[in-house]
Design a protein around this ligand. Structure first.
Ligand SMILES: [Zn+2]
Length: 164
């Protein structure tokens, strides 16, 4: 009689441990899937934002003044064409709190490929303009997606705790 009871208790204990182990495994798998989804969403939104920045009106119509460091002539380059060549060498000089940038461009006056100083105020204005155009809807979409993912994760883990 006593032996039977003891065996029954042991069996119940083993069953409970197995159940807890299964729950932990499901929870771990859920966390990994959830993390991958969240990361995927962040990357997706980032790519979308970059695309929208490129296609913004400010970027398409904006022009930035450059000054050739060899001959001193000034010329305009469209922000669009700068965005399409993101790998042109850039030199950044920081004096105090102001940052100056030069890019290696072909000067249309002296025909040399040389460092040309970029007008930072114009660049800043165009950057902020296109960010303003693109940020609104992208931020909203990102937040909605993050909210949905958080809610789905919350429901999943809550359900897991109720079932097990
Ligand atoms: Zn020049």
């Amino acid at each position: 009689m006593l032996e039977e009871l003891r065996e029954q208790m042991l069996a119940e204990q083993a069953e409970q441990i197995a159940r807890l182990q299964l729950r932990n495994e499901i929870r771990t798998a859920g966390l990994i899937i959830w993390g991958v989804l969240l990361l995927g969403w962040v990357i997706f939104c980032f790519v979308k934002l970059m695309k929208d920045l490129h296609n913004s009106e400010s970027m398409k119509s904006g022009e930035i003044a450059f000054t050739c460091e060899t001959c001193g002539a000034s010329f305009q380059v469209s922000a669009d064409s700068l965005a399409r060549h993101p790998f042109t060498p850039v030199k950044t000089v920081r004096t105090g709190r102001t940052i100056r940038q030069s890019r290696r461009l072909s000067c249309p006056y002296c025909r040399k490929k040389t460092w040309c100083r970029q007008d930072m105020a114009q660049s800043y204005q165009i950057g902020m303009g296109s960010l303003g155009e693109a940020a609104g809807k992208n931020l909203f979409r990102f937040l909605i997606g993050a909210l949905v993912l958080s809610a789905a994760g919350g429901v999943f883990f809550l359900a897991l705790n109720i079932i097990f």
